[in-house]
Design a protein around this ligand. Structure first.
Ligand code: FAD
Ligand code: DLZ
Ligand code: SF4
Length: 514
């Protein structure tokens, strides 16, 4: 046999670059369920079940397409538990001349693949992942010309490159970005929220769910609500459902939060994009077609496309450009342990209970919950950014380090000192009150700033700014809140800081009691 083609669990695209030009008659595709991958962090049970089931379905599809697939299951008694161990066993079985693999999505796995060349006799070729618009080298080329990196300018390049929402060389409608129209708060009254399709587990998925329940009983999260698409066809159906029903209001309510409504007008497509069940540019072209056909407004379609060809590509570029040490950054020297309720949802702060509760149920929370509820709270209390990063990597079905780490460590925790975002996403309770209906049913009073019944976000917000004044005081985008802080009466400042201190002491006491 000439060629061995390992396909990793987030490379489930029929046109993955490792298969380019391969002769199905003269190669073996290797797919591996391995303990290293299922346990390098304690992934949510539904995340593991989704990936393993999608892998098994993809293997079946590749076989239908004529490929020979050697599939190693997690419960295979000879399974070595690692990618390298399984490739080594496959090399013994097939004695290939070549190993062809698409580059992985994490530094951790890249380090493994980079050793294959010396470890195995076969020639090893690691190919670019062409599912992304921008290669690492192209991103570096773009970034190295600039004093300051900003997503907005990168995004414009991607618009020009793809021709998406372009009118000649000008942006459709005359503006690149319609976000001003996209900040509407939670709509009140009887909500007509589109329902995502809930996929009923088939036999393959039920088998995987049983395996995960047995092997990963101590991982967090529930399998009871498992409703993920696990095939390309199912992912396509979820995509059409989103485009038909949710895209028109996606922009308006992108930042809104509503109790017991985990999905709102979001697409829920990130697990499928990241695992390879959907193609990002095709998805954007379909969204654009809805706009051109008058079925969805420009603010929604532009906002949606920006998340994918803008943010998604941009954070990947940053991840690979910053290197394997990016994970160690801690600009604000934050060291507090992440509270235990991040793993249980058991807190009387209603916003956090909602965001964490649905995360445990569905392995999903939408962007503004990740950024402005769980993220902002962790930032305000000074949680250790590495712990925060591991939590996000564990709990979301779409989480792979290339996309999760820059969002968490950079955007949400400001641990890279402003490389990814120009200011920290710190906010008091009034932001949450404006954008959600959470505060109305909370035990805390969002309008009160100090005391045991005051919304904890309020005092924590001012305490965060005061505590970090040396590092953040010169940030132009924080000039207004720092001016307000300076002008505040001394007594009010002391009361806010004392209130925050009492809250943090209680948090620490709860942590040491656990
Ligand atoms: P929609 O709101 O429908 O958005 C459409 C698509 O745009 C998403 O499917 C996603 O592919 C893309 N997108 C939107 N925002 C971003 C972004 N900031 N970065 C990259 N892609 C984006 N996204 C992940 O895919 N994996 C992660 O591990 C992840 N971790 C995050 C951690 C934090 C702290 C924050 C603040 C954001 C994180 N995001 C992550 C980005 C974003 O929150 C999710 O992509 C989004 O919530 C997925 O839900 P959706 O498919 O319904 O998205
Ligand atoms: C996330 C994950 C999990 C939980 N399990 C597997 C697995 O058993 N086999 C596999 O090939 N991939 C898995 N993955 C996805 C990999 O972690 C991912 O492909 C690498 O991190 C490279 O991006
Ligand atoms: Fe969250 Fe404060 Fe509102 Fe309660 S009052 S839901 S803690 S923002």
């Amino acid at each position: 046999m000439a060629t061995l083609i390992p396909i990793l669990g987030d490379q489930l695209s029929p046109d993955i670059s490792s298969l380019d030009g391969a002769d199905p008659g003269d190669c073996v595709v290797l797919m591996m369920e391995v303990m290293d991958e299922t346990t390098y962090v304690r992934h949510h049970k539904s995340k593991i079940a989704f990936i393993l089931s999608a892998m098994r379905h993809h293997a079946a599809r590749l076989r239908e397409l004529g490929w020979t697939v050697d599939y190693v299951t997690l419960d295979d008694p000879d399974n070595s538990g690692s990618f390298t161990g399984e490739v080594a066993r496959a090399v013994e079985r097939y004695a290939p001349d070549r190993i062809v693999v698409t580059e992985p999505g994490e530094w951790r796995v890249a380090a493994m693949l980079n050793q294959w060349d010396t470890r195995f006799e076969a020639e090893v070729e690691i190919r670019l992942d062409t599912r992304f618009l921008c290669s690492h080298a192209e991103f570096d080329g773009w970034a190295s010309d600039r004093k300051q990196l900003r997503m907005e300018y990168f995004y414009r390049e991607m618009r020009r490159r793809t021709g998406l929402l372009m009118d000649g060389d000008q942006p459709e409608g005359g503006q690149w970005n319609y976000d001003r129209q996209n900040r509407k708060p939670a709509p009140g009254g009887g909500l007509d929220i589109p329902r995502p399709i809930q996929f009923r587990p088939d036999e393959v998925t039920r088998e995987v769910i049983a395996l995960v329940a047995d092997r990963f009983a101590d991982h967090l999260g529930s399998l009871d609500h498992f409703a993920f698409a696990v095939t390309h066809e199912e992912a396509m159906r979820q995509k059409r459902n989103f485009l038909d029903h949710a895209l028109p209001c996606f922009g308006d309510y992108q930042d809104a939060m509503v109790s017991d409504q985990p999905f709102l007008w979001h697409s829920l497509l990130s697990p499928y994009l990241n695992a390879g069940l959907l193609d990002p540019v095709d998805l954007c072209r379909e969204a654009e077609a809805r706009y051109r056909a008058g079925k969805a407004p420009l603010n929604s379609v532009e906002g949606f496309i920006r998340q994918i060809i803008g943010w998604r590509e941009y954070v990947r570029g940053i991840y690979w450009r910053e290197g394997p040490d990016y994970v160690d950054r801690n600009y604000l020297n934050a060291t507090r342990d992440l509270p235990a309720f991040y793993w249980s949802g058991d807190t009387d702060m209603h916003c956090l209970a909602q965001a964490i509760g649905q995360t445990l149920e569905h392995a999903y929370a939408h962007h503004i919950q990740r950024l402005m509820i769980t993220g902002t709270f962790a930032l305000l209390i000074g949680a250790d950014p590495k712990q925060v990063h591991i939590w996000y990597l564990e709990v979301y079905a779409d989480a792979y380090e290339w996309v999760e780490l820059p969002n968490t460590l950079g955007m949400s925790q400001f641990a890279d000192g402003g490389l990814l975002g120009s200011k920290p996403y710190a906010a008091s309770g009034s932001y949450i009150d404006r954008m959600s209906d959470y505060c109305g049913t909370c035990r805390y009073d969002v309008k009160t700033k100090t005391g045991d019944d005051a919304c904890p976000f309020n005092a924590l917000y001012w305490d965060f700014l005061a505590r970090n004044a040396e590092k953040l005081g010169e940030n132009r985008r924080l000039a207004m809140p720092y001016r307000t802080w300076e002008k505040m009466e001394k007594g009010d400042k002391l009361a806010l800081r004392a209130s925050a201190r009492r809250f943090l002491e209680r948090l620490d006491a709860d942590a040491s009691a656990d």
